[in-house]
Design a protein around this ligand. Structure first.
Ligand SMILES: [Zn+2]
Length: 243
């Protein structure tokens, strides 16, 4: 298959996996707050594992330009939070009634997914098997992130199937950025260390600044730390098997 189509296919599958996040709501009706915390911790751990895998692959090719790229990635996420007015927004509030809260959660989800699309695209530029591994890791992580988003939307009166559709819609930026990143890095290989650093920096910053802070309040530090570490460890183990 043409490599760009491979990126498109796997990034699209990863994006679509977000809809599966609505399943726990169909089974249980409504998730307890502690479940929201665990879902975010699971997603956070998978993202840390993905960032680790990127750094291991790039460690002998990425030097100062990679570090500079990481700073840009962190700056990008910070900028998306600032420009959308979500820097200090608690992203998991189920009882929030303000009208703007719903669209801000969708907006921040779209920015969040964009950074992960860059991770898929640059991993595909390393080689296709690693790119597929990255897309699958992001796909699995899109499920708990979809659960969190669907829970927030359902608490605002959105039907479950519409919430599932919106969970996929926020991942469209992931598909777009995966394809664009792959095309740019394939055409300009000298950008590889920058883009790899960018993706890893953005992933780690998203975990630290966006996902984990609220988790600790929702489920307590011990269980959140354990879920995050186990999820990260699974990705680390699987990635080292394939390398
Ligand atoms: Zn994520």
């Amino acid at each position: 298959m043409d490599p760009t189509l491979t990126v498109l296919l796997y990034a699209s599958l990863a994006a679509a996996a977000g809809a599966l996040g609505a399943l726990p709501l169909l089974v249980r009706g409504r998730l307890p707050v502690v479940g929201i915390g665990w879902a975010n911790a699971l997603a956070a751990g998978l993202m840390l594992g993905a960032a680790y895998a990127l750094l291991v692959v790039g460690v002998d090719r990425v030097t100062l330009s990679g570090a500079a790229g990481a700073l840009l990635g962190i700056g990008f996420v910070y900028w998306t939070h600032w420009v959308s007015g979500t820097a200090e927004l608690d992203l998991n509030r189920l009882e929030e009634t303000s009208e703007t809260y719903g669209y801000k959660v969708l907006l921040i989800g779209a920015y969040h997914s964009a950074a992960e699309g860059i991770a898929i695209g640059v991993a595909m530029a390393v080689d296709v098997p690693f790119g597929i591994f990255m897309a699958l890791a992001i796909a699995v992580h899109n499920i708990p992130e979809g659960t969190v988003l669907c829970s927030i939307l359902a608490s605002r009166g959105v039907r479950h199937r519409d919430a599932a559709g919106l969970a996929v819609a926020t991942n469209v930026s992931q598909v777009l950025l995966a394809v664009v990143t792959f095309a740019i890095v394939a055409a300009t290989p000298s950008l590889f260390p920058w883009v790899l650093g960018f993706a890893a920096g953005a992933l780690v910053y998203l975990v630290m600044a966006e996902l984990l802070p609220e988790c600790y309040r929702q489920a307590g530090p011990t269980s959140i730390a354990l879920v995050t570490i186990v999820a990260m460890g699974i990705v680390v183990l699987l990635s080292s098997q394939g390398m």
